[in-house]
Design a protein around this ligand. Sequence first.
Ligand code: AMP
Ligand code: MG
Length: 419
Amino acid sequence: VISLPEAQQFVLAGCRLLVPRSVALDEASGCVAAATVIAREPVPPFTNSSMDGYAVRASDTQDAPVQLSVADTVMAGSVSSLVLQAGQAIRIMTGAALPAGADAVCMMEETTTDPEGATVTIARAVPPGNFVRVPGSDIAVGDELVARGVAIRPAHIGVLASQGFTTVEVHGRPRVGVLSTGNELVGDGAVLTEGKIRDSNRHTLLALVRSEGWEGVDLGIVPDDETALLEVFARGGEQCDAIITSGGVSVGDLDVVKQVLQKIGGSSMRWMQVAIRPGKPFAFGVLEESGLPVFGLPGNPVSAMVSFELFVRPGVRQMVGFTDLDRPRVCAFADHDFARRPDGRLHFVRSRAVCDARGTWHVSPLRAQESHQLHAMAEADALAVIPDGTGIAASAEVEILLLDPSRSMSSVRRIEYRS
Ligand code: AMP
Ligand code: MG
């Protein structure tokens, strides 16, 4: 039996960074930038108005109210061919280039235009630069737009688009193959005969994979048979960056995943008994030919999910360049007892976590904590981490792993905006 940190270290050592590749800008949100991107154009690219109004010489408005003659109109996307003279104003729309000779904009709301549009009265004096956006006031040439290692978010995409970038270098959206093993499994829609169960793990794991923004590759159900398993690993090796299996890593007679992985993974493969509950049996290794990491998760549905959280998610995140690998961990007040018996293992208890409006966390264990009882997992938004011993009493503090922070925080009082 080995400790969780030791098992995690072994996994991370086998999860190498994917080779950077260029992806279309619209595909890059959620990926980690593989290279720093530097601004090559000023934004905005030219001096323009930030208001609908009149472009003026600020000095002409000092004795406001004043009447100016309207010399031209300039819309966004156009340029006035005139040079603004003393005593003149040019009607201007937001985003239009400031005409030569003008140094300020009076907002429409503080002007009165005569019915013919020939003159305008400026109600209030404006300083030079009023409502004028200068080139580079958002982004200057040479600014760092996205730093290497940063997770790209929608605002980064907009910033890169504002510079004319159409692609970006990232560590890629990993393709993660998922397969279920077990002679007892039947596929979708099949009739259940005596002794068989439906395959749920493949669907759960594909959903977890996709919820991380990774590409899920369905490798199907594989019987407990070495040849069949070898064939799927070969196929998966060509299509995927990582493979997740469930079932067949325990100590039973037909736990062939463990055996096959030991055969093809050689020394890099390790079958482990990790000091955790659920998720004790686990296998991990790197396929010798392709360098592809294979995560051998246990078959019990809750164990498979917990092992995904503790091993697969951090491992694949490392492969695509993330440095924060774990789910957020916070301290919560136990609203009920988290009772347990000493067994030398760290327990991950399916729990309901709630964050109140002050940011204080509260947590309660859910019922039905056995590793085949997936239903409670669907209620859980956190795993309470209960160290070996006799448990944690109500009102004491307990560390929790947040699986779904936005759900945990959904009861936080909504802000009411007042102007
Ligand atoms: P194993 O790890 O293969 O010994 O399986 C442990 C338990 O999980 C057994 O009760 C299996 O029937 C069950 N199990 C294995 N694979 C799946 C699956 N894909 N979906 C649902 N249950 C499974
Ligand atoms: Mg099995």
